[in-house]
Design a protein around this ligand. Structure first.
Ligand code: FAQ
Length: 317
């Protein structure tokens, strides 16, 4: 068997040249094994995040305060499920089935975004998730529209359009509370207090501690680093909070005239590590809910497989 990552392999040279020339890598192209593993890891984690991310908001569908809010929330959550499906399909082009990806999730071998291990405690959290979580997701995903793996980049284009609607609906929802009664404004502030730091964690560890960034940036899978994207999110969100009359829960946050950016406090990295390694407030609940839903849907998958094999048998006969 050929060592796929042998430096002298002419296919590797062709691959590196294609990346360097800013051309997209497509499923028909030969790719080194390390590249395949890295894209698959990131895409499958991304897909799992979209699907597990339906849970915190799903918790509020039956308690939405008005029919209009309920319709918007339902549509948004369905979009997130759809994003998961595009991403699983795009990831399958790397030769791993969706079933295998889901198995890795259930066995704790694949991660999903840390943010979804926090509970959605009040209706204001629906606004905060749209505003902050989708807001952070878009900053990252706009950058990923230019990722070097073609199927991932194309999935991102459509996903970004929908995420941008999600962010706006969240901002509009939290604005209604921030401009409402004293109690509603307090709910909005409380939601910001609880979701701010986990949103900053979505961008991953500092660049200096990021295990995969070096290779991912070299292969142009990641176009911008974790810290650059996090800074962009802070700079865009601080004025939005000011407009709402809400206070970002960071005593170290201030405008830095020299750098033209906001300085901000240090993330609690111990908490981040605990959450990504399975010990956040809702990790067990999120995973067991997903396992249960997967089991509940087994009969549908079995029925579709049985139908398909019968159809194929009829074609052969
Ligand atoms: N959570 O070396 P790096 C959404 C892990 S979609 C969990 O920096 P990398 C839509 C990382 O996997 C949100 N784990 O890793 C929505 C690695 O562990 P591993 C999802 C994290 O890949 C909204 C280790 O730490 N978006 O929100 C996190 O170069 C509302 C070392 O880290 C994406 O997935 C984290 N936050 O950079 C849905 C975007 N950060 O794999 C519903 C695509 C790091 O070695 C409601 N992904 N880790 O075991 C990415 O851009 C990258 O994968 C990063 C991490 C930036 C997340």
């Amino acid at each position: 068997m050929v060592n796929q990552d042998n430096d002298n392999d002419p296919r590797l040279v062709a691959f590196e040249n294609k990346v360097a020339a800013d051309q997209r890598i497509e499923p028909k192209d030969w790719i080194p094994d390390a590249f395949r593993k890295t894209v698959l890891r990131q895409m499958s984690q991304h897909a799992h995040s979209e699907v597990i991310g339906m849970q915190p908001e799903g918790n509020w569908i039956t308690r939405a305060p008005t029919l209009r809010r309920k319709l918007i929330l339902l549509a948004k959550i369905q979009d997130e499920g759809g994003h998961g499906l595009y991403l699983y399909s795009a990831a399958e082009t790397l030769g791993t089935s969706r079933e295998e990806m889901v198995k890795a999730l259930h066995e704790g071998k694949a991660k999903y975004a840390s943010i979804f291990n926090y509970p959605a405690l009040t209706w204001a959290d629906m606004g905060a998730i749209g505003w902050l979580v989708d807001g952070a997701a878009i900053v990252n995903q706009v950058s990923l529209q230019r990722t070097s793996y073609g199927p991932y980049a194309r999935a991102m284009v459509r996903i970004c359009k929908e995420e941008s609607f999600h962010q706006r609906q969240g901002y509009e929802s939290i604005m209604a509370l921030a401009q409402g009664s004293k109690e509603q404004k307090e709910m909005a502030q409380d939601a910001l207090d609880r979701w701010w730091w986990p949103s900053l964690m979505m961008f991953g560890p500092h660049d200096s501690d990021s295990a995969h960034s070096g290779r991912s940036m070299h292969w142009k899978l990641k176009r911008e680093s974790n810290d650059v994207l996090r800074q962009r999110f802070v700079d865009q969100t601080v004025p939005q909070a000011k407009f709402l009359g809400l206070e970002i829960p960071d005593p170290d946050l201030r405008w830095n005239e020299g750098s033209g950016r906001h300085d901000f406090g240090e993330i609690d990295w111990d908490e981040f590590q605990r959450v990504i390694h399975g010990d956040g407030p809702c990790n067990r609940q999120r995973l067991s809910h997903h396992v249960q839903a997967h089991e509940d849907g087994r009969w549908v998958r079995d029925a579709m497989r049985a139908y398909e094999s019968k159809r194929q048998a009829r074609q052969v006969a």
